[in-house]
Ligand binder design. Structure first.
Ligand SMILES: C[S@@+](CC[C@H](N)C(=O)[O-])C[C@H]1O[C@@H](n2cnc3c(N)ncnc32)[C@H](O)[C@@H]1O
Ligand code: SF4
Length: 395
């Protein structure tokens, strides 16, 4: 692990919002579609020991970057709702000891919607969490079973009801483009979901990830996801149904009432600064000279724990991000947003303007558009080919 020489970008650090991501890497079982850093343990996880290690890694990160005002904190996983409220509280205390937590900070936690986990919601609220994101995934039991989920639809809706009583803000996730799912069935499921969703929904198209059981099943011809044309219709109907219900997309897969967007995820997409704490967490840290560093920690939970206990951190990647790399990342993240990107900020980061010929070309295909405020964004027809659009603009 070596720190390369900095490549300076002249963005005042105080203009860049700062968030903290905390990764809890354990789940009760592994879902067959998931390739996130999540692990199943058949012995009790030593939560006190993990809490101490989280606090150590937070202290080491704070020592490195200095004072910050934390605008958002996100407990992601894995299944953070398996954390004891005291563990969550200890992490929040450590963050508050080393940085200033903004009075209106958004503090989110991802929860699996089982009844056992819902029982902890009150404790999470008391610990300081003010927003939960529930992994509902589907609204019928057959689909949930096919996705390998441990909860029923009724249990998930009961957890949503508990979240509604305890938290001012909650969101839930659904996975669509599931095997055999048609457009009409999805539209009706989505309308039922919207009736339960107050302000925010994350709607992910099922992706067949490498080295997952779903990939093996697909290869064996035992699982078929909708083809490109149906997937495109599913995406379009998602946009239409959500927009009509007052939850327009603000990002490719995220929908919210205006003002209820997930501020933590906006830190990523608006290319802010964030610390990644815990096993397999990624960060982007700024130093006093305007350099940006990409960090990543050891993914294996027990190895991460040992590294933190021995060295004060679990970093396995700590690299300066060059200006051209930053420019690419800025496009890759920002063009996911319906607000698009500010070409002037691109120029500041990249040290060169976007190529007007390439923009004109992409406009002629209807993939991007400029907005009256001067921002550049990807259109609805451009979103399905987002990666190609970004690659074209970045080249
Ligand atoms: C990694 S999970 C963590 C939250 C929690 N453990 C859960 O399962 O609800 C975050 C979200 O990623 C989404 N996800 C994970 N793998 C996916 C895949 N292969 N395709 C689409 N969405 C996926 C699911 O909707 C899930 O709610
Ligand atoms: S989808 Fe959620 S519960 Fe399932 S394995 Fe992934 S992180 Fe764990």
């Amino acid at each position: 692990m070596e720190r390369a020489v900095l490549d300076r970008v002249t963005e005042p650090r105080e203009d860049v919002p700062f968030g903290v991501y905390v990764h809890w890497p354990f789940c009760l079982s592994k879902c067959p579609y998931c390739d996130f850093n999540s692990h199943v343990r058949h012995v009790a996880v030593e939560q006190d020991r993990f809490a101490r290690a989280f606090a150590t890694e937070i202290a080491t990160t704070a020592e490195r970057i200095g004072r910050r005002t934390v605008s958002t904190i996100f407990f992601g996983g894995g299944t953070p709702s398996l954390m004891k409220p005291e563990t969550v509280g200890a992490v929040l205390d450590a963050i508050a000891r080393h940085w200033t937590v903004a009075p209106n900070a958004e503090i989110s936690l991802e929860a699996n919607p089982t009844s056992v986990e819902a029982e902890r919601f009150r404790g999470f609220r008391t610990a300081g969490v003010n927003r939960v994101s529930l992994g509902v995934q589907a609204l019928d039991d057959d689909s949930l079973k096919a996705l390998g989920r441990l909860h029923t639809a009724a249990e998930a809706m009961a957890a949503v009801g508990t979240a509604r009583k305890i938290f001012d803000r909650y969101s839930f996730d659904l996975i669509y483009a599931r095997p055999g799912q048609g457009v009409a069935a999805w539209a009706s499921e989505l309308r039922r979901a919207i009736a339960e969703a107050a302000e925010h929904l994350s709607l992910y198209q099922l992706t067949i990830e490498p080295d997952t059981p779903f990939e093996a099943l697909e290869r064996a011809g035992k699982l078929a996801v909708p083809g490109d044309t149906v997937a495109r219709h599913l995406f379009d109907i998602t946009q239409e149904v959500c927009a009509a219900a007052g939850l327009p997309a603000y990002e490719v897969s995220n929908h919210a009432r205006p003002g209820a967007e997930c501020r933590h995820n906006l830190v990523y997409w608006r290319y802010g600064e964030y610390a990644g704490i815990g096993p397999g967490a990624h960060g982007r840290l700024l130093d006093a000279a305007g350099g940006r560093f990409a960090t990543a920690t050891e993914k294996r939970p027990e190895a991460w724990l040992a590294n933190v206990e021995d060295h004060g951190h679990g970093l396995v990647v700590d690299e300066a991000v060059t200006r051209p790399e930053q420019a690419d990342e800025f496009l890759l993240m920002g063009l996911r947003l319906t607000e698009g990107i500010d070409p002037k900020r691109f120029e500041k980061i990249a040290g060169r303007p976007l190529d007007p010929a390439r923009i004109a070309d992409l406009m002629s295909y209807g993939f991007v558009e400029t907005m009256p405020n001067g921002r550049l964004r990807v259109t609805r027809s451009g979103f399905p080919v987002l990666d190609a659009v970004v690659a074209d603009l970045a080249a």
